[in-house]
Each structure stands twice: as structure tokens, then as C-alpha cells.
Design a protein around this ligand. Structure first.
Ligand code: NAP
Length: 228
């Protein structure tokens, strides 16, 4: 399992950072992308301490040329696993009814969570062998509306549709990973420990049968059933 490469966007904190650390134990080359270099460096320290090989490359996922350059500079051979975790939710969960969303926030959410996701997957596929895997993180709000989620919920519905669309159009395995509610900056700190759900992502990347992931949603239930 050495010399394999995983690229994580949104690697400066939350789920992205925890998953990067989880891969470190396997000695993977771990490419860390996000906007804040300081936060990426802090994840890099944790990845190194856990035995991995971190490569920090700040990038804004909304800039498709920057994303391509980041891949060109950081992926020496092929990319094995992509975790496109960068996303924004400008308001705390439950606090922004759709009718109160302002246009600037809607644009920012769709630009990052949908356009940026599309750009990252599209560019990364050029660096992946057919057996590569793309894990799109998403949650129940993409499918079951909850009050006050603003543009975030529809953006995750679109993210899931993108994953399913890529899954039917490309050879690589493209799936959705639903970790439930996780305690990160995005959720305001409520939910599961990111380190615990990181193992779900590692399982989805390494052990989940491809046909159970490709175009599908795997979550805590599937992971626990498979590993119990
Ligand atoms: N937390 C949950 O309960 C939960 C549940 C299901 C799915 N998810 C999904 O899991 C993923 C990670 O969420 P999280 O909870 O870990 O959120 P988080 O802690 O807020 O992390 C999101 C990361 O995305 C980066 N980011 C934001 N805009 C970016 C941009 N334009 N370009 C590059 N990086 C950008 C941020 O860093 P910078 O600001 O430095 O760029 C941040 O490190 C998201 O896709 C989210 O929708 C989360």
C-alpha cells in the first residue's frame, strides 16, 4: 500500500483533515489542498507524525486552472483516491431559511460546493487509472429537507447528482460517502468526532466493493455491516 496517492480538498480542517491523517498510517502520499496554507500546514504536521508523506498545495477549488496546476505539480504518477471535501455553509445549520438566503451567499455556496466540486473531479480524473476512486462527502439534507439549511442542502443534492453522473460516464468508481453529522466548523461543532468517521472514508476507498460504491451512497450502516 506504499507510494499510493490520495488528494484531499478541504484538507485544512474537519473531515478532510481527519481523512488525510487516517491515510497517513498506510504510508500514502497525501496531497492537501484548501485555501488557507496555515491550516494545511497544520494538517501536514499531523500527517507526518502519523507516518504519511504530506504535500501541501493551496488552491481555491473554484479556479479550475489552479486545480489542474495543483494536480500537475503534486501527483507524480497516478492519483489513486480523491476526496473532494471542500465546501462552505455560510450560516449555522438550521439558521437560514431558503427564502431568507441572500444572493451573494447562494452564489458562493453553489460556486464552491457544485462548480468547485465539478472542477476538482473533472481535472482529477485525468490523473487517475480506471481503478481510482472518488469519494464525494454528503449528508441526509441532500435528500431529506430540513428547515433552515439555506442553499447548502440543494448544493449537496447537486453534488450527489454530479457523483452519480460521473459514475455512469467514467471508468473510475465515483461514490457518495455519508458520515452522518460530524463535529466540524461547518456544523458549529456538533456531531461525531471527525477521526471516527475518517475510518468510514478509508474503508470506502480501500475495501468497499466498487459495485457497492459506484453511483451509490455508502454510510455508517454499510460500513459497520461490512466490518462488524
Ligand atoms: N460536517 C458534517 O456533518 C458533514 C456531513 C456530511 C457531509 N459533509 C461534507 O463533508 C465535507 C467536509 O465538511 P466539513 O464538515 O469537514 O467542513 P469544514 O470543517 O468547514 O471544512 C471544509 C473545508 O473546505 C475548505 N474550503 C472551503 N472553500 C474552499 C474553496 N473555495 N477552495 C478550497 N477549499 C475550500 C475550507 O478551508 P479554507 O477555508 O482554508 O479553504 C475547509 O477546510 C463537505 O463537503 C461537507 O459538505 C459534512
Amino acid at each position: 500500500m506504499t507510494h499510493q496517492t490520495v488528494l484531499v480538498t478541504g484538507a485544512g480542517g474537519g473531515i478532510g483533515s481527519a481523512v488525510a491523517e487516517a491515510f497517513a498510517g498506510d504510508g500514502w502520499r497525501t496531497v492537501l489542498c484548501g485555501r488557507s496554507e496555515a491550516e494545511l500546514e497544520s494538517t501536514a504536521e499531523a500527517v507526518s507524525a502519523a507516518g504519511g508523506t504530506p504535500v501541501v498545495h493551496p488552491v481555491d477549488v473554484r479556479d479550475e486552472d489552479g486545480v489542474f496546476d495543483a494536480l500537475l505539480e503534486t501527483v507524480p504518477e497516478t492519483l489513486d483516491v480523491l476526496l473532494p471535501a471542500a465546501a462552505v455553509m455560510p450560516h449555522a445549520p438550521g439558521e437560514r431559511p431558503l427564502q431568507a438566503e441572500d444572493y451573494e451567499d447562494v452564489r458562493a455556496v453553489l460556486d464552491t460546493n457544485v462548480y468547485g466540486l465539478f472542477a476538482v473531479i473533472r481535472e482529477a480524473l485525468q490523473f487517475m487509472d480506471p481503478d481510482g476512486r472518488v469519494l464525494v462527502p454528503s449528508g441526509a439534507v441532500a435528500r431529506d429537507p430540513k428547515p433552515g439549511m439555506g442553499a447548502y442542502a440543494p448544493s449537496k443534492a447537486a453534488a450527489e447528482a454530479l457523483a452519480r453522473g460521473f459514475a455512469v460516464d467514467v471508468d473510475q468508481t465515483v461514490g457518495i460517502v455519508d458520515p452522518g453529522i460530524v463535529a466540524t466548523d461547518l456544523t458549529g461543532g456538533a456531531g461525531r468526532d471527525p477521526a471516527d468517521v475518517a475510518e468510514l472514508f478509508r474503508w470506502a476507498a480501500l475495501e468497499c466493493p466498487p459495485e457497492e460504491l459506484d453511483g451509490e451512497i455508502v454510510g455508517l450502516r454499510e460500513w459497520k455491516r461490512a466490518t462488524r
